[in-house]
Design a binder for this molecule. Structure first.
Ligand SMILES: Nc1ncnc2c1ncn2[C@@H]1O[C@H](COP(=O)(O)OP(=O)(O)OP(=O)(O)O)[C@@H](O)[C@H]1O
Ligand SMILES: Cc1ncc(CO)c(N)n1
Length: 460
């Protein structure tokens, strides 16, 4: 069986700030497993604050770039971004018609900063020449207003504009994006010209100013889906999920609108797999030392947690641990099953709090309290710190899940850094606990074993 490598082309401009244009498009193509190619239309000197200068590429060179990659490498789907002049549009349209590939058009008019990316006289060519050859066109609210000739401020306006654009300019599918509208959801209206059908794309509106490049990545993701052979609707749904992730993990860079993060899609998957691998490695070390560690499994049993890298560790779901905990079975420590995300709140709460002080400390394990462990850890030079549950303020006690973050904060404050070992001596109805922290689960288990082995050496 031969393997088909999906290929997508972006016909767009360069944003020197790296957030929008072809850099966003290429990241998006590759994050979605599609080989990316470029026909550059313009160079912009741009950052998160605005566009300082534009140099257009010769229209014949734009056309030549498209023809050159299409005749050799092949193109399954393409998208257009910044097309600033009528001549560049005519040249791009000639090449697109010649090769007949599926086209997504992002009718780029202004950057997030408000700077224009199209010459006024090219607006008519965009309508007459570019949009009619597109399968999908993706105006935002202001662009839809220009194309439809009336203000687009509500979902109802967006619906009317989508239908108007489809009927007047003849693309197959119109998506009027809701990024510029208000509401606690960001809702895009999708209109299918042939069937006259409307569909909605909904996602929670993310509270961030770092949305530079959203439109570019969204349209590139649709083109990537089409290149992979998805139906238009499946490609559009994938793109919505993709852009929501890219905005959730957008980057606080620069002084204006920071860039979206198309790599988040790929990085999240890579880091999740890595976290599970690292936990499995450490769990095997626990099994290899099951007798020794078995003596230190507490009444509530143990767990070993590992968080995604700090940038991606937002809540308890971003920390993996053993679902049924590490139990004591016939005197031996035994992980009750394979690790998974979002299954521990106890150990995960220690990790989340520690990471706020030291983003490198991403792993922790709880064990049974024993004076000897504390004493030996100190002898080995580990930083040991504690907190006193009896000093917990009533307002913390009253709040579900607030005890551990409070206690961890106390222990960190007492040590002046995130310690290697945190303990507390319990309270009425609360077992005392020891937590061992480290950068990764193997380091945590190594610290534990170093302590337990030293205790045993001293015993005999
Ligand atoms: N704050 C947000 N939270 C969630 N989704 C958003 C947010 N802002 C935009 N989106 C979504 O991102 C996609 C792109 O829409 P948007 O209207 O921002 O494009 P755009 O204005 O063309 O972007 P740009 O010009 O910066 O490239 C749409 O699916 C939209 O719903
Ligand atoms: C080059 C380029 N293309 C598109 C956009 C739209 O976001 C931008 N800001 N810069």
């Amino acid at each position: 069986m031969s393997m088909r490598i999906p290929r997508a082309l972006t016909i767009a401009g360069l944003d020197s700030g790296g957030g929008a244009g072809i850099t966003a498009d290429l990241k998006t193509f590759h994050a979605l497993g599609v080989y990316g190619m470029v026909a550059l239309t313009a160079v912009t000197a741009q950052n998160t604050l605005g566009v300082k200068a534009v140099q257009e590429i010769d229209p014949l060179v734009v056309e030549n770039q498209i023809n050159t990659v299409a005749e050799d490498i092949g193109v399954d789907a393409a998208k257009t971004g910044m097309l600033s002049s009528s001549q560049i549009m005519e040249a791009a349209a000639r090449a697109v018609r010649r090769w007949g590939f599926q086209l997504v058009v992002d009718p780029v008019m202004y950057a997030k900063s408000g700077d224009p990316l199209i010459r006024p006289e090219a607006m008519e060519t965009l309508r007459r020449v570019i949009i009619p050859i597109s399968k999908v066109v993706t105006p935002n609210a202001p662009e839809a207003s220009h194309l439809a000739g009336f203000r687009v401020e509500t979902l109802d306006d967006a619906k009317r504009a989508a239908k108007f654009i489809a009927e007047e300019l003849h693309p197959e599918i119109v998506i009027v994006k809701g990024g510029h509208l208000t509401g606690n959801e960001s809702i895009d209206i999708v209109y299918f010209r042939d069937s006259g059908e409307y569909r909605e794309l909904r996602a929670p509106r993310i509270d961030t100013k770092n949305t530079h490049g959203t439109g570019c990545s969204f349209s590139a993701a649709i083109a990537a889906g089409l290149a992979k052979g998805l139906s238009p609707w499946d490609a559009i749904k994938l793109a919505k999920e993709f852009i929501t992730t890219a905005i959730k993990y957008s980057l606080p860079l620069g002084h204006g609108h920071g860039p979206v993060n198309p790599m988040a899609w790929l990085e999240l998957r890579a880091y999740r797999a890595d976290v599970i691998d690292e936990l499995n490695k450490a769990l095997r070390i626990i099994e290899d030392n099951a007798d020794l560690i078995g003596n230190y499994i507490p009444e509530v049993q143990s767990n070993l947690g590992y968080a995604l890298p700090a940038f991606y560790a937002r809540d308890l779901n971003d920390i993996a641990a053993v679902p049924g905990r590490i139990i004591k079975y016939m005197g031996k420590a035994k992980p009750s099953g394979p690790p998974a995300f979002g299954v521990s709140s106890h150990v995960a709460n220690y990790i989340l709090t520690a990471m706020r002080h030291d983003p490198e400390v991403r792993s922790a394990m709880n064990i049974k309290y024993d004076d000897k462990v504390i004493e030996t850890a100190r002898k080995l030079g580990y930083v040991v710190s504690s907190y006193d549950r009896r000093q917990e303020p009533p307002e913390v006690k009253a709040r579900e899940g607030a005890s551990i973050p409070w206690g961890t904060e106390q222990a960190i404050k007492n040590a002046g850094r995130v310690p290697d070992v945190i303990y507390h001596l319990g309270d009425w109805g609360k077992e005392p606990v020891i937590i061992i922290l480290g950068r990764n689960p193997t380091e945590v288990v190594s610290k534990l074993l170093a302590i337990l082995r030293r205790i045993n050496e001293n015993r005999f």
